[in-house]
Design a protein around this ligand. Structure first.
Ligand code: NAD
Length: 377
């Protein structure tokens, strides 16, 4: 009998952005089998999509409530073991909560919830149920990000003294100037997107990346957000000064109105002995700067990399690896946790990372609302 992990998916239908990334990622290490789900709220779309990707309709459910009800009727050895939540933000909390309460493991898209209080509630249930719970901050799965984490924890950079993370997109520029176009975007609707657009959607990636690679926590921040129009309630741009300690400071800059930018996510970490720079749009190059040597460019798959980084490369050096591979590495990390196999503590972003992300979003909004004051996390 197959030892593949039985995976279910909520959301991520044929009309979605992130669904295909999860489906391909879950197959990458041959560890999962997608057995069913509820991919769309519309039943016809749901069924036709399931047929197109070859999922038997007896496990394609009309709603997530029905999915849980029906799956619980199956013997444990047939039931979905882990369920990925890929719906718009406002559905993450009710879905993840009910899944945890009914004994399922969860892989959830970011931002984890629409409030910090909800995130804490999920954490309490997870502790009680001892479930595996990953939050897909996708970029942490790149081999060169893992290399960065490993070099920093081995002290290669010395003491971290300056951090600078930028995530610039431009996709909101064409819609923000037209109220009728803007109204069609769920990320700009507080009912569906939650408390924040830009900071919640991509600022949170930068925040997570910072804490992930440095192993340090952001202690204080001061934020200045921009909604661009008075009748647009959610931020589309923000600059956040941060303090990790008295002598380690920096900035997170996020924008969705950086006209014509695509996914320009840049991470720069400066230590007393050297610096690391990485760019999401060129993810196979990690730049290592030191004062005594010319610039070094580290690339995936080479023996000089850490075991953790090499674990995420499936092919010999020189074959580009991208966002699908990065998500694949996260799914592989979750598979190891589900099967009680040895894995690095950074193998997948945890529920706690998702909780920290929600704290960050709320504190950014507090700081901005209070007239751009320093707030403590
Ligand atoms: N990790 C990343 O880098 C990354 C990238 C993009 C999106 N995301 C996150 O993924 C989530 C989805 O984003 P997206 O861009 O794919 O959204 P999307 O609007 O493109 O797709 C959402 C999907 O959910 C389905 N859906 C909506 N309500 C549903 C319900 N009640 N039951 C079942 N399915 C339902 C829709 O039909 C659609 O297929 C968001 O939380 C977003 O923040 C993460």
């Amino acid at each position: 009998m197959s030892n593949k992990i039985r995976l279910g998916i909520l959301g991520g239908g044929g009309d979605s952005l992130i669904g295909v990334v999860h489906r391909i990622a879950s197959n990458m290490f041959d560890r999962y089998q997608l057995v069913g789900g509820c991919f769309n709220p519309n039943i016809e779309d749901n069924n036709s999509f399931a047929e197109r990707i070859g999922i038997p309709l007896n496990r394609v459910y009309a709603s997530f409530d029905i999915l849980i009800e029906e799956e619980l009727k199956l013997p444990v050895e047939e039931r979905m073991e882990v369920i990925s939540v890929l719906t718009p933000n406002f559905l993450h909390f009710p879905m993840a909560k009910k899944l945890l309460e009914n004994g399922f493991n969860v892989i959830c898209e970011k931002p984890l919830t629409t409030s910090y209080a909800e995130a804490l509630e999920l954490e309490a249930i997870q502790e009680e149920k001892q479930a595996v719970f990953a939050v897909t901050y996708t970029y942490t799965g790149y081999p060169m990000v893992r290399q960065m984490k490993d070099m920093i924890r081995r002290g290669v950079l010395g003491t971290i003294q300056k951090v600078d993370l930028q995530y610039y997109q431009g996709w909101i520029n064409p819609v923000i100037h037209h109220p009728e176009e803007r109204a069609k975007v769920w990320r700009l609707d507080p009912e569906k997107g939650g408390l924040s657009c830009c900071i919640g959607d991509i600022g949170t990636h930068a925040f997570d990346m910072l804490e992930y690679v440095t192993g340090m926590e952001v202690k204080q921040l001061l934020a200045d957000l921009n909604t661009l129009y008075a009748d647009n309630s959610l931020d589309v741009d923000g600059t956040v000064l941060i303090r990790m300690s008295e002598y380690c400071k920096g900035v997170i800059r996020a924008s969705q109105i950086a006209t014509a930018e695509e996914n320009n996510f840049t991470v720069q970490i400066y230590g007393s002995k050297g610096s690391l720079k990485w760019q999401q749009e060129n993810p196979n190059a990690l730049i290592h700067l030191t004062e005594d040597l010319p610039m070094q460019v580290l690339k995936p798959g080479h023996d000089y990399l850490s075991e953790f980084s090499l674990d995420g490369s499936k092919i010999p050096p020189g074959h580009p690896e991208g966002i699908f591979d990065s998500m694949g590495n996260i799914y592989n990390g979750v598979a190891k946790a589900l099967r009680n196999e040895r894995h690095d503590e950074g193998a997948f972003p945890t529920l706690h990372d998702g909780v920290r992300g929600m704290l960050f979003i709320e504190k950014v909004l507090d700081s901005n609302a209070n007239g751009n004051t320093w707030v403590t996390l």
